[in-house]
Design a protein around this ligand. Structure first.
Ligand SMILES: O=C(CO)COP(=O)(O)O
Length: 253
């Protein structure tokens, strides 16, 4: 069966001291994850090594970066390569977040390169997709997301796809307090799974984990995670508060 994941995307928040405190608070709750459930922490780059040592191989807990470079290595001042992340034991990398697409002009083609490098270095991409509000209003969200999947993922082999997690994050729901309704999330997740089935076959589609992201919080996570095609969440703001993050994880069931 496919994995269920709650991933916390800390974005550009917290000092090192606050980061340590948050990880310790999350671990102290002694969460008991069931088989096939994972918690992923996407900390800022400078805290990854510390986070790795604090997690101390706690079963079910994994580490993610929030981005990685589209080039292998070399004269790219300020960039962090997939190989570097791999060398410090990072498990996942968030790629294609709408904030990176918007503020750092990341195209679907650039993301395809980042995905290839992550996979080549044994890091699992959490590939984000999702439409802006005007596209949703025009009811063109399916075409929009289909194009993102096609241009960034469909060059992968079926074997490579097994290491991809998809996160559907409607842009109008990120950090706005507006959550997609459970029905809207389920519709899009079922659509994404059907697209994967059409390209890679039924088994690949059944096995791929599809997360929801966008103002997910303890009060709506239960309803969202109960949807048959929603396999967990990519959590922004609420992942910075240990009690909220724990409550969301507990909704994995
Ligand atoms: O962008 C997100 C996770 O990657 C969602 O952010 P919020 O949960 O703060 O809306």
């Amino acid at each position: 069966m496919r994995k269920k994941i709650v991933a916390g995307n800390w974005k550009m928040n917290l000092t090192l001291g606050q980061a340590e405190q948050l990880i310790n608070d999350i671990l102290q709750a002694g969460l008991r994850l069931k088989e096939g459930q994972e918690v992923v922490l996407a900390t800022p780059f400078p805290y990854l090594l510390k986070a790795k040592s604090l997690l101390k191989n706690t079963p079910g807990f994994y580490l993610a970066a929030q981005n990685s470079a589209s080039e292998k290595s070399g004269a790219y001042t300020g960039e962090v390569s997939a190989e570097m992340l791999s060398s410090i034991g990072v498990d996942y990398v968030i790629l294609g977040h709408s904030e990176r697409r918007e503020y750092f002009q990341e195209s679907n083609a650039t993301l395809a390169k980042k995905i290839d490098l992550a996979l080549a270095n044994n890091i699992k991409p959490i590939f984000c997709c999702g439409e802006p509000l005007e596209i949703r209003k025009a009811e063109k969200q399916n075409e929009y997301v289909a194009k993102q999947l096609e241009e960034s993922l469909y060059h992968l082999t079926e074997e490579q796809l097994k290491n991809i997690v998809i996160a559907y994050e409607p842009i109008w729901a990120i950090g706005t307090g507006l959550t997609a309704s459970a029905a809207q999330a389920q519709d899009m997740h079922a659509f994404i799974r059907a697209q994967i089935a059409a390209k890679y076959g039924r088994e690949a589609a059944l096995n791929i984990t599809i997360l929801y992201g966008g103002s997910a919080k303890p009060s709506n996570a239960g309803e969202l995670f109960a949807c048959p095609d929603v396999d967990g969440g990519l959590i922004g703001g609420a992942s910075l508060v240990a009690a909220d993050f724990q409550a969301i994880i507990s909704h994995l069931g």
